[in-house]
Design a protein around this ligand. Sequence first.
Ligand SMILES: Nc1nc2c(ncn2[C@@H]2O[C@H](COP(=O)(O)OP(=O)(O)OP(=O)(O)O)[C@@H](O)[C@H]2O)c(=O)[nH]1
Ligand SMILES: [Mg+2]
Length: 200
Amino acid sequence: MSDINFNKTRFIKVAVTPNDLPDNKLPEIVLSGKSNVGKSSLINALGNNKKLAKVSQTPGKTREIIYFNIDDRILLTDLPGYGYSAASKGKTKAFSELCDNYFRSGRKFALVLHLIDIRHEPSDNDKAMLDFLNASGIPYFLVFTKCDKMSKAQVSRNLQMMSRCLDFREDACIYAVSSQNKAGIDDLRDGLSQYLSGMN
Ligand SMILES: Nc1nc2c(ncn2[C@@H]2O[C@H](COP(=O)(O)OP(=O)(O)OP(=O)(O)O)[C@@H](O)[C@H]2O)c(=O)[nH]1
Ligand SMILES: [Mg+2]
């Protein structure tokens, strides 16, 4: 059982420029990944509350940096997804700059949850993100999303495919989850609790 009460997740604020960012006195966990991969849905699944983060059929729903507080233990950050094609070019650039700047801002991150859709081969952006994380030393978990869309056997096969095409650290923590049927969500909660308790 995780000792962090994920049911106590609440919205804190929206930031549109790095000047709006809250202090991160709490350990900060950042969700990253392609637009539509399921970042906002995962926040709702972790927090057991569908109203926390806006989920949409239309990629690019999350356009700002949105902060949540989990049980006064974690600052959880929902970043805009990259590859948001429906936005005007200028806007797309502004979003990806916001993400880039965020990771290069010198803020201290406890952990990044990098999300990849289990059904698709990782994109160049996913590979670039992993290269960046490996080089920066920021700890990360890889979270494969939308596992309800496949059989368990296919999920295992795709996990093997992922390990061939992605360069993740041998000791990287890997989770296969579904925000829809909640598979893997408790494991991820436990993993986060354990990881944070190991940090103190
Ligand atoms: N079947 C299934 N659909 C999911 C799952 N997670 C998310 N989705 C769907 O995928 C779409 C995008 O989900 P979001 O959570 O809004 O994705 P996001 O990564 O926050 O997207 P941006 O805000 O655009 O970056 C929505 O239609 C969700 O209902 C899942 O585990 N299973
Ligand atoms: Mg979102």
